[in-house]
Design a protein around this ligand. Structure first.
Ligand SMILES: Nc1nc2c(c(=O)[nH]1)N[C@H]1C(S)=C(S)[C@@H](COP(=O)(O)O)O[C@H]1N2
Ligand SMILES: [Mo]
Length: 220
């Protein structure tokens, strides 16, 4: 009899445990991160999980070696530089919630962390005649944006997405977070940045996509 009571208590405990975990009550302390450490919420806003984001790269995923990687910044700058991955990480970082909208109609919300172009241009200096910045990528892709847009909006090069180091298919080591511009301005796998003084049409722009690319504006 005593033995049976003991078992009953044990069974109650197990049932209670199952009910509590199924209701999610024990998950409260983990509200903002999933098991891999990926952020799911930032500044009160829900983030799209990386697993639900796409890779639309023109040549598929690029695999860049962190050890040998260098970001080259050149053109109309006072001091051209080649920055290693660790040098990029050593600059002050910023984090922001920004939505990427592809011109095709899909998009995703993310927390982006990286270094701003203003921070990098502060080191290189920019010639007063400069108007345009070109981003070259490892897959042969390129795009450009106006210098004023990048400076005035304090645009960043992201090396983290939802608190995770950019995975290869998401653009490791750097993706441009071109806020309020269509996705084709969000260069991934960036290897070089050139500062020039005339308009430039990148990969999609040269086949007719709008070079201004404001979200909500014309696609062509
Ligand atoms: N290097 C590179 N960057 C790129 C592209 C590309 O093909 N190559 N595609 C662009 C487009 S069209 C979009 S919508 C965004 C986001 O694409 P993703 O979500 O597939 O990464 O990446 C942009 N950056
Ligand atoms: Mo896109």
């Amino acid at each position: 009899m005593v033995q049976l009571r003991k078992y009953r208590v044990l069974i109650y405990c197990i049932v209670a445990l199952i009910l509590v975990s199924a209701s999610g009550c024990t998950e409260d302390s983990k509200q903002d991160v999933n098991t891999s450490g990926e952020a799911t919420v930032f500044e009160g806003k829900q983030l799209t999980p990386i697993s639900e984001q796409r890779n639309n790269g023109i040549k598929g995923t690029q695999y860049i070696d962190q050890e040998t990687y260098e970001l080259r910044i050149y053109g109309l700058v006072d001091k051209p530089v080649n920055l290693s991955y660790n040098q990029l990480l050593a600059y002050p970082s910023v984090s922001r919630f920004v939505r990427l909208d592809c011109v095709e109609g899909w998009g995703f919300d993310a927390k982006w962390t990286g270094v701003t172009l203003n921070t990098l241009f502060n080191d290189t200096g920019v010639n007063s005649s400069a108007t345009t910045v070109i981003f070259y990528c490892a897959d042969g892709y390129s795009t450009s944006l106006e210098l004023d847009y990048l400076v005035d909006n304090d645009i960043m090069l992201a090396y983290k997405l939802n608190d995770i180091t950019l995975p290869a298919d998401r653009g490791f080591p750097l993706q441009l977070v071109a806020e309020d511009k269509y996705g084709y301005k969000w260069a991934k796998w960036i290897t070089a940045i050139e500062v020039i003084n005339e308009p430039y049409k990148g990969y999609w722009e040269s086949v007719g996509f709008n070079n201004n690319a404001d979200v909500g504006g014309p696609a062509f």
